[in-house]
Design a binder for this molecule. Sequence first.
Ligand code: ADP
Length: 475
Amino acid sequence: MTYIADLFIDGSWRPGSSGERFDVIDPSDLSVAARFAVATEEDCMAAVDAAARAQEPWAATAPRLRSELLRRAYEILTDEAEAFAEIMVRENGKSWADAVAEANYAKEFFRWFSEEAVRIPGDYRLSPAGDKRIVVDRQPIGVSLLITPWNFPAAMATRKLAPALAAGCTTILKPARETPLTAAYMVEVLRRAGFPPGVVNLVTPVPTGPLTAKMIARPEVRKLSFTGSTEVGRVLLQECADSVVSASMELGGNAPVIVLPGADLDIAVEGALQAKMRNGGSACTAANRFYVHSSLHDAFVARFGEALAEYTVGPGLDRANRLGALVSVGERDKVADLVESAVSEGATIVQGGHSHAVGAFYDPTLLTGVKHGMKINSSEIFGPVTAVVRYDDVDEAIRMANDTVYGLMAYVFGEEREAMAVARRLEAGMIAINRGVVSDPAAPFGGVKQSGLGREGGSEGILEFLEEKYIAMTA
Ligand code: ADP
């Protein structure tokens, strides 16, 4: 399969102005999957120019037209799910099942926001003094820069593109250097669906930081929507401050799993397994810290270990493998270092703990004897490692769960009323009760504390790309 590996600016595919390219690596064997065009400053500025020129006419299109174009993109992705999954496996390393699940999840943002495009709310009311009519209109915020990470190269792009386009914003997509091929394919789908030139642009700037800063500094850029690490998010927020650019931030997580004494062990093991192993653990919502009540601890560990032992590890193109590669050898080594640090701090490896000789693979790993405060518990693991902390007192478990700067996701397993009471006390933007997956295009996704600002998906997601305009009329 040959991949699109060029920039998309003002409605056409083109190599970068320097002619230079960078390698996109297949992490399952470290071969070069493609050589992608480098975007220079000239290319980045051309993308901003194209988006700025297209902004006014795009904002003036009928919501129904925007809705229908998004719907067409959804249908193309439905027809081409397998091709799409293959690209993701190639550049990201994930398993075939994870890639298909992502392809299905990603396209749903197009469907959901095609339905939201025609339902943008406004308001019209009489002032309290009775002297005027207050008209509140919602207008597209303007040119939007969308920066996405490598872990969900399709879904993180559609979760931003779909609401931005539905709202009437033009866009510049900047995917992660590790996974530009999925983004390019997605942009080609949007081109085929009929989005006009300039409405969607794709750039891969090198060097990333300085050129992104230059795009943010352009007065035409009014919105930044970013998904990635808290460290990079902080830098981008500072860059946004200079020109008061609206910023939506989906940042890191450190999701706790609390298994309460009243939990159903079957449900807890299955849910926790999904929460941990979905996407090989490379998810900001991935279960990162397992607090298991003493009364269930040994049984939970035994059952979890048995389930992990069934994971076959290997290249995602072999559909039988349930766990694929990490995105790079560097990411794999970070995971291995965290496991080593946990062991040096007193944790025990019950299972796994090995890197493979070929490719960026790391075995499913189970650690016990982990103590709250160890490095592995305060870092986002982003890999297939389960770190179990034993606890006796539920209040203590809640205190430990909240003892982090992050607040994206938390999982609670237990009797429903008790779990609900615990959920109310947890500091997280999203909480799953007796289940391992929460993501849904129809629900507001996002974090509190240093996990982010704003929400994606749901009826909230489109509001991030709209601004209220108040018009006063005499009553
Ligand atoms: P991750 O840990 O998921 O790789 P990063 O925050 O490093 O998260 O990367 C997420 C996205 O942010 C990627 O598209 C990456 O290229 C981009 N990025 C990284 N550093 C910067 C920066 N200084 N300015 C703008 N974007 C950046």
